[in-house]
Design a protein around this ligand. Structure first.
Ligand SMILES: [Zn+2]
Ligand SMILES: [Zn+2]
Length: 432
């Protein structure tokens, strides 16, 4: 747990303030965030994620968790006492290292979610899962409410949209009794979308634009994610990734793109590229189709592949055998290997088929098996590329972010595998 004293504070003695910010989990790991704010008699929680680093340490293959209490014991999910007296739990986005296991919530509480309909689409799948995913669905006493962006709610919390590899994703500002706290959640400052498209998708501006236009909002304490701090990977931004993808899919008969089922921004971009290249788009994933149905203006109308959708959809249906010509297929990591086998066995796999695997998050956040998927591509003879435009800002962009947010009192790092380095980097980039 990290509290005020351990982190960088600009001269004020934390003991003099009555607000307490407790980071019970996530201050030294990528994901598993749990922030408890105690402000007088008001207690609120930001995120209650799963620690995938610990989950992957103790479970693999046939070694699986016995239940919630075991997961609590190893520290992979929050302890019951962390929730005591909380008036609400705010979920920044629905990656599992933030959403967490709702069944772990020990007593009657309100959970404020980015989208109830997106959550409910997937909740049913989780509840019937033979794996530990069946622990995610809520107990009967948990009440869901949907976050309303740009509005200050009954707990004085405002949610502001940010670009990330899950849709929708929010930053939270808490207007406390004596101070204002901003928790970034996971975010990047360059989106896959042009400004207008971002506005259309999120029904408003992103965090930095919003703060620039609302100068009366002053932030005292900033809790900021640091996923990419200390990472030596090439900092490819969405703009650069777009150029590469355009070049790859041009003049191809058939392309496959794998993506996380919550990554609406990337799906939106792929559809724009297909539109420009004169390709049809087909979706081979029920959860991705359900997410995209909720977006009012897409660059084109995609079709869904009937063999991969079990729900009633507003999109027109198509079939595997129609996939051979001028098509871009969007598919999730979970379904890609099945799709590949089905295309191959039905004679619908084009000779020039190309696959683009996006790798938006550090593997640790949700644990997809990229290498295994890549092995299937090479076994079947499909040309494939892995591309990673991070869902998180890069270290060189931090200075710019701090200059926009200008925290007056202090900064607390979270969602980082390198907490000591992050503190050093924050000190060096401290705004004037
Ligand atoms: Zn995360
Ligand atoms: Zn995330």
């Amino acid at each position: 747990m990290s509290e005020f004293k351990k982190d960088i504070f600009y001269g004020l003695k934390p003991e003099m303030e009555d607000m307490k910010i407790k980071i019970f989990s996530g201050s030294a790991s990528i994901g598993g965030n749990f922030i408890r704010i105690e402000d007088g008699d008001r207690i609120i929680i930001f995120d209650q994620g799963i620690r995938f680093d610990l989950l992957n340490k103790y479970y693999a293959g046939f070694i699986s968790p016995r239940g919630v209490s075991e997961l609590r014991d190893i520290g992979a999910i929050p302890k019951p006492e962390w929730y005591e007296e909380a008036s609400a739990i705010y979920i920044s986005h629905m990656h599992l290292d933030h959403l967490g296991a709702l069944s772990n919530i020990p007593s009657e509480t309100i959970v404020k979610l980015p989208s109830i309909s997106v959550y409910e689409d997937i909740e049913e799948k989780w509840s019937t899962s033979p794996t530990w995913l069946s622990l995610i669905p809520r107990k009967y006493y948990v009440k869901l409410e949907q976050l309303q962006p740009y509005q200050t709610d009954d707990n004085d919390v405002m949610a502001i949209p940010v670009s990330h590899s899950a849709y929708p994703s929010y930053t939270f500002i808490y207007f406390g009794k004596n101070e204002t706290v901003l928790y970034t959640g996971d975010f990047r400052i360059e989106s896959f979308l042009e400004k207008e498209a971002f506005h259309e998708l999120h029904q408003g501006d992103d965090l930095l634009t919003f703060l620039a236009e609302n100068k009366d909002i002053r932030i005292d304490t900033l809790i900021i994610e640091g996923t990419n701090i200390g990472s030596e990977r090439i900092p490819i931004t969405p703009t650069e990734a777009t150029k590469i993808i355009e070049k790859l899919v041009k003049n191809r008969e058939q392309s496959l793109a794998t993506l996380h089922w919550l990554d609406a921004e990337y799906a939106y971009l792929l559809m724009s590229i297909a539109e420009d290249a004169g390709l049809e788009v087909a979706i081979a994933s029920a959860s991705l189709a359900a997410l995209l149905e909720k977006i009012s203006k897409l660059p084109l109308e995609p079709k869904v592949i009937a063999e991969y959708t079990d729900h009633i959809t507003t999109f027109p249906k198509t079939f595997i055998e129609n996939m051979k010509e001028k098509t871009l297929i969007l598919v999730s990591y979970r379904e890609i290997v099945d799709l590949l086998k089905d295309l191959n066995s039905s004679g619908s796999l084009s000779k020039d088929c190309l696959a683009i695997m996006s790798e938006p998050e550090p593997q640790i956040e949700e644990g997809s098996e990229y290498t295994v998927i890549a092995n299937w591509f090479s076994l079947i003879g499909v040309e494939s590329y892995r591309i990673r435009a991070s869902g998180h800002y890069y270290q060189y962009q931090l200075k710019n972010i701090l200059e926009s947010i200008k925290p007056r009192k202090g900064i607390m790092p979270i969602h980082t595998g390198k907490p000591k380095l992050f503190l050093k980097v924050l000190k060096n980039n401290k705004p004037p």
